[in-house]
Design a binder for this molecule. Structure first.
Ligand SMILES: NC(=O)c1ccc[n+]([C@@H]2O[C@H](COP(=O)([O-])OP(=O)(O)OC[C@H]3O[C@@H](n4cnc5c(N)ncnc54)[C@H](OP(=O)(O)O)[C@@H]3O)[C@@H](O)[C@H]2O)c1
Length: 359
C-alpha cells in the first residue's frame, strides 16, 4: 500500500511475451481511475473465444509492453474517479468489461468506465458474474436484430457453444424458434438433452436437405454464423429467398471463403457482420438521442436494482440492458444468474490470478 490508497502500487497481470509467443504473468503498476472510471480488484475472468482472437491479433495492433488481455470479468470496486456512477458503484461487487487494451480483466486490478460495470446480487457467484456481458448481451442483440427485421425464426451455427445455449434459451423465452447447427452427434445430443427442438448436425449427409426443409417450414430467414466455413457457400443455396447471413465469428479459422455471386443474386441473400463492441457504441448513440445526453441521477430501488441510462454517465453502451426493458421486473443480476445457470455453465476450472477457463 502507499499513502492513503487502499490498494498497492504494483500488481500481477497477464502479458503476451511476443507475437505468437506465450502469455506470461508480470508485475506492473496498478492503474489509477480517471473521471467516470472505477478501479476494480478482480475476482474472476473467463477465457472467451473473443479474448483468444484479440490475443492473436494483438501484435499487429497493440504495443505488447502495455497490452493486458481480458474482455470481461467480475470483482469489487475499490476506488472511484469523479462522477455520480463511479461513486455509486464504490465498494460494490460488479460484473465489468474493459475499456481499453492496456487494462484488461486478466490482472489483479483493472480500471474501466463505471458505465461498463453493473452490480451483482449476493446470489450470483464471482464466476457466473464474470461471464455476464459478452455472451448474454450478444444473445440479446441477436434477438433485437431478428425482431427489428421481422424474422420469424433464426438459425445459429456452433450452437452448442456457451453463447449458442443462451440463444436457444432466449428463443424459447421470446417465442422465436431457433434452428441450432452443430458439427457432430455429441453436440446434437447435448442440445437435445437440454431441450432444444431443432438441431441439425452439419456432418450428416442429409444436413443441407434438412436445413432447406426446416428453414422454409419455420421461415427462418436469418443465419447467425460464427463458424464461417466453406460449407456456408452450400448453405446459401438452400436458405429461404431473401435470407440474411450475419457473420459473428471465425471458428473455422478460414482466411477466405467462396460464395457464388449467382446464388447471392438469385436467392437475394444479404451478408453482414456483427461485433458486440460496435453494437454497444450504436446503443450509446441511440440512448444519447433518447435522453438528450447529460448526466442523470440514478434511482436506487433495492439492493440489486438501479434504473437509468447507464451510458450517459459512463460513456460506454455495454450496460444498456440495466433498465427494465429486457428483464421485466426481475433484477438484472437475478436474470443473468438464471440465464447462466440454465445454460449449464458448469465445469469451470480455476487457474492462477482468479481466471476461469471453460472446460
Ligand atoms: N462478434 C461478437 O461480438 C461476438 C460476441 C460473443 C461471441 N462471439 C463468437 O461466438 C462464438 C461462440 O463463443 P462462445 O464463448 O460461446 O464459445 P465456446 O463456448 O467456447 O464454444 C465454442 C463452440 O464452437 C464449436 N466450434 C469450434 N470450432 C468449430 C468449427 N470449426 N466448426 C464448428 N464448430 C466449432 C465448439 O465445438 P467443439 O465442442 O466440438 O469444439 C464449441 O461448441 C465464438 O466464435 C465467439 O468469437 C462473437
Amino acid at each position: 500500500m502507499s499513502g492513503n490508497k487502499a490498494y498497492p502500487e504494483m500488481m500481477l497481470a497477464v502479458f503476451l511475451e511476443k507475437a505468437g509467443g506465450q502469455l506470461v504473468v508480470k508485475e506492473t503498476k496498478v492503474p489509477e481511475p480517471g473521471p467516470g472510471e472505477v478501479l476494480i480488484k478482480m475476482s474472476a475472468a473467463p477465457v472467451n473465444p473473443s479474448d483468444l482472437a484479440q490475443i492473436r491479433n494483438a501484435p499487429a495492433v497493440y504495443d505488447l509492453d502495455t497490452f493486458i488481455p481480458g474482455l470481461e470479468g467480475s470483482g469489487r470496486v475499490i476506488a472511484a474517479g469523479k462522477g455520480i456512477l463511479p461513486r455509486l458503484w464504490m465498494g460494490k461487487r460488479v460484473a465489468c468489461s474493459n475499456e481499453n487494451h492496456t487494462s484488461g480483466t486478466w490482472a489483479e486490478y483493472m480500471v474501466t468506465k463505471a458505465g461498463k460495470c453493473f452490480p451483482l446480487g449476493s446470489k450470483v457467484s464471482d464466476e457466473q458474474g464474470s461471464m455476464s456481458l459478452v455472451n448474454p448481451l450478444t444473445a440479446l442483440a441477436f434477438f433485437e436484430i431478428a425482431k427489428q427485421n421481422r424474422h420469424r425464426a433464426i438459425i445459429n451455427n456452433a450452437a452448442a457453444s456457451a453463447l449458442g445455449r443462451m440463444i436457444e434459451l432466449l428463443g424459447k423465452k421470446q417465442g422465436i424458434p431457433v434452428i441450432n447447427l452443430v458439427r457432430n452427434q455429441k453436440q446434437s445430443e447435448l442440445l437435445r438433452q437440454l431441450g432444444s427442438r431443432y438441431v441439425l448436425d452439419s456432418s450428416d449427409p442429409l444436413f443441407l436437405n434438412d436445413l432447406e426443409t426446416l428453414s422454409h417450414e419455420l421461415k427462418a430467414t436469418i443465419l447467425f454464423d460464427s463458424v464461417c466455413s466453406r460449407q456456408l457457400e452450400e448453405m446459401c443455396d438452400v436458405l429461404p429467398s431473401g435470407s440474411t447471413i450475419i457473420i459473428y465469428g471465425n471458428l473455422s479459422g478460414e482466411e477466405q471463403i467462396m460464395l457464388k455471386p449467382r446464388t447471392l443474386i438469385a436467392n437475394n441473400i444479404k451478408i453482414g457482420g456483427f461485433y458486440l463492441g460496435a453494437r454497444a457504441r450504436e446503443w450509446s448513440l441511440q440512448e444519447y438521442d433518447e435522453y438528450q445526453g447529460g448526466e442523470r441521477a440514478y434511482e436506487r430501488r433495492s439492493e440489486d436494482q438501479y434504473t437509468g441510462p447507464v451510458s450517459s454517465a459512463g460513456g460506454a453502451g455495454s450496460c444498456r440492458y440495466l433498465p427494465w426493458k429486457y428483464v421485466g421486473r426481475e433484477s438484472i443480476a437475478g436474470h443473468v444468474e438464471k440465464v447462466l445457470r440454465s445454460c449449464g455453465l458448469a465445469g469451470l476450472r480455476s487457474c492462477s490470478l482468479g481466471l476461469w477457463v471453460c472446460t
